[in-house]
Each structure stands twice: as structure tokens, then as C-alpha cells.
Design a protein around this ligand. Structure first.
Ligand code: NAP
Length: 335
């Protein structure tokens, strides 16, 4: 296996961190692999431990904000230009998701698409004619991007549009640079560090009650985070599986309601709680008020995001993989 030089954007997040861990474990202990993590934080406390566990990988943290500081002179941009990368991984999300704060620049457009555009813009000059020849002779760039359910269907909400633009950008960039990309589109992803199911279970522990927005029969296709990470590694970084090119829906192995998913996790935690449906018109009305209050906790678009139902058909090429993913009942017992 050739030496990997991988740059992670979002490697400190819920999904990105799991992908990073899974990826590093699959690297052979021989070779000289380099993994760089770009993060807004000045330090990543767990990086040292990870480095000790994987001495054959050179792990490096580069502080940087790829959205608010797209300057070519920023540290992250300089670090990006300093190497010829074999892989890029992008799984970035704005603070406070799913409530956008346009006044702070925290929007789907800026993070799902804009940050990726900034990264690829920094890389573009390295694909000038001369270096393109060099790159062709070595390993072409492979991008792995976490998209989302509903992308690729020309749906009109901002979260779908930003993912569509990002996927189109990746298509163009790969064509222009003779590289390849994989965009995976999961539905809800759950696991030890998710902020959706866990937040509701914490609430249940305190008040023994969970308010659910709208109807309780919205169907999801939840995917356990380690299965998503495995898909990225197998089909994106291509250690065990076949290299896939393009964007692919990645539904979990079962269709279940959010209420059911939460109940499965509550059972594991031994918490009893009542789930109460808040009528959607009331929630929407409330969100219009919250939008104007300090903290901006909710708004109508975020309610739409949280109450949407997007069902995907597993693509033939991923049928076997999805069949072997953990069911929600198995997944919630893993952490
Ligand atoms: N979670 C789900 O259920 C789910 C389902 C489908 C699709 N997705 C997609 O998966 C992606 C990741 O989701 P997640 O749940 O893992 O998000 P997350 O836990 O909030 O992680 C976000 C990551 O983005 C990084 N980041 C944020 N702003 C940045 C900036 N300006 N510059 C550099 N890095 C920045 C953060 O790094 P620092 O904080 O260290 O800077 C962090 O690593 C999103 O695109 C989301 O749409 C998620």
C-alpha cells in the first residue's frame, strides 16, 4: 500500500472523529503515513494519545477556520499547499446546527459547500499543468465527503441545496484534476457522541419526558456511526472494499421512527420516559418567537429539518454492505 497523506476537515466532529479512528486502525504499521487535522481549536487534547497508539502515522494538527478565514496566507491554507495529498476528508458542520445564524455566517451554504470550495480553491493551483503531470505519475487525489439524505434530488431546502452544490463541485474538481471522489448520503447517524438521540435521552433522565416535534411516525433510516466510518474507509479510502466513485445514498439497514430509535436507547440506559407529541403548527409558531430571542434556539427552517422524512432506496452496489450494518437495536447497545 502506498503511503497515505490525508487531510481531515471535521476530524474532531462526531462523524469525522470516528472516521479518523477507523481509518488510522486500518493503516499498516509499516510505511510513513501523514494525517493532518484542520480544526478551529488551538489544541486537540486527544491527539497525543492517538499518536502514541499509532507511531507509524505522523499526526499533525493545523489550527484554522476554513470558512471565516479563506485567505491563502492562513495557516491551514499554507499547510494544505505544502504537501501532495492522496486523500481529503470533509465532514464539516456549522455551530448550533440545525439553527442557521446568517449574521455569524453559520449557514449550510457556508459550511456544507463554502468551506469545501475554499479548500479546493487552495488546492487548485497545485494542479497546474506541470504538477498535474507529476500527480498523474503518482497517486491522484481522492476526496471523501459526508453528504446527507435527500441530496441529489434537487430538493429546495437550504441543507439539500448546499449538499447538491458540494457534490457538483466535487464532480467538477475531480474531472478537472483527474482525481476521484466519494460522497456518502446517510440519514440520521447515531452513536456515543451524537447530539440528537443522546440529548433527548439526557433530557429523559432528568425530567422523564421527551417532547417530540410533530407526528411521532416520521420514519428514519438510522446508521450507526461506526458503520458509516467503515463505509468511508472501505469505499472511500479503499482498504478492504471496492473504490466507489460519485455520490451514493447510504440508508441504514432498517426504517424506524425517531420515537422507536429513542426508545431503544432508553431501554439500554434503563430510563423510563414518556414521549409527548407537540403539534407541528404549535412548534412552528413557537420557533418563530424563539428565533427573535437571545440565543436563537430554534427557527422554522430548523423545525423543517428536524421533522422531515427522506426515505432512500439502498443502491445495488451497497446492498451487501448495508445488510451487514448493525440494526438500530444492535447499534444502541454498542456504547
Ligand atoms: N450527524 C448526523 O446525524 C448526520 C447525518 C447525515 C449527514 N451528516 C453530515 O455530516 C457532517 C458532519 O456532521 P457531524 O454530526 O459530525 O458534525 P459535528 O460533530 O458538529 O462536527 C463538525 C466538524 O466541523 C468542524 N468545523 C466546524 N466549523 C469549522 C470551520 N469553520 N473550520 C474548520 N473546521 C470546522 C469541527 O471542528 P472544530 O470544532 O474542531 O473546529 C468539527 O470537526 C455534516 O456535513 C452533516 O451534514 C450528519
Amino acid at each position: 500500500m502506498p503511503n497515505h497523506r490525508v487531510c481531515f476537515f471535521g476530524g474532531t466532529g462526531f462523524i469525522g472523529h470516528q472516521v479518523l479512528q477507523t481509518f488510522i486502525k486500518t493503516l499498516p504499521t509499516t510505511g510513513h503515513h501523514t494525517v493532518v487535522l484542520v480544526s478551529r481549536h488551538p489544541q486537540i487534547p486527544w491527539l497525543h494519545t492517538l499518536q502514541t497508539q499509532h507511531p507509524s502515522v505522523h499526526l499533525q494538527h493545523v489550527p484554522g477556520d476554513i470558512v471565516q478565514d479563506p485567505s491563502l496566507e492562513s495557516l491551514w491554507a499554507k499547510a494544505l499547499r505544502a504537501q501532495t495529498w492522496t486523500h481529503l476528508f470533509y465532514s464539516v458542520q456549522f455551530p448550533g446546527h440545525p439553527v442557521e445564524h446568517p449574521e455569524k455566517g453559520w449557514t449550510y451554504e457556508n459550511y456544507d459547500y463554502g468551506g469545501l470550495r475554499n479548500v479546493l480553491n487552495v488546492l487548485k493551483p497545485s494542479f497546474s499543468h506541470t504538477s498535474l503531470t507529476q500527480l498523474r505519475a503518482s497517486v491522484p487525489l481522492r476526496c471523501v465527503y459526508i453528504s446527507g439524505a435527500g441530496a441529489g434530488q434537487n430538493l429546495q431546502k437550504p441543507w439539500f441545496q448546499a449538499k447538491d452544490k458540494a457534490e457538483a463541485l466535487l464532480t467538477r474538481f475531480s474531472e478537472d484534476t483527474k482525481g476521484t471522489f466519494l460522497a456518502l448520503r446517510p440519514s440520521v447517524v447515531y452513536g456515543a457522541k451524537d447530539r440528537s438521540v443522546n440529548a433527548l435521552c439526557s433530557l429523559a433522565e432528568k425530567v422523564h419526558c421527551i417532547p417530540l416535534m410533530g407526528s411521532q411516525d416520521i420514519v428514519l433510516q438510522p446508521l450507526y456511526v461506526e458503520d458509516l466510518a467503515k463505509a468511508c474507509v472501505d469505499f472511500g479510502f479503499c482498504h478492504n472494499g471496492a473504490m466507489l466513485n460519485g455520490a451514493f445514498d447510504l440508508p441504514g439497514p432498517e426504517n424506524i421512527t425517531l420515537k422507536h430509535l429513542i426508545q431503544l436507547r432508553l431501554n439500554v440506559l434503563g430510563i423510563q420516559a414518556k414521549m409527548i407529541s407537540l403539534p407541528l403548527p404549535v412548534v412552528k409558531w413557537g420557533s418563530k418567537i424563539l428565533k427573535h430571542l437571545p440565543g436563537h434556539l430554534m427557527n422554522p427552517n430548523a423545525v423543517d429539518f428536524l421533522t422531515q422524512q427522506v426515505l432512500m432506496k439502498p443502491p445495488d452496489i451497497l446492498l451487501n454492505f448495508i445488510k451487514n450494518c448493525l440494526t438500530p437495536e444492535e447499534g444502541v447497545k454498542q456504547y
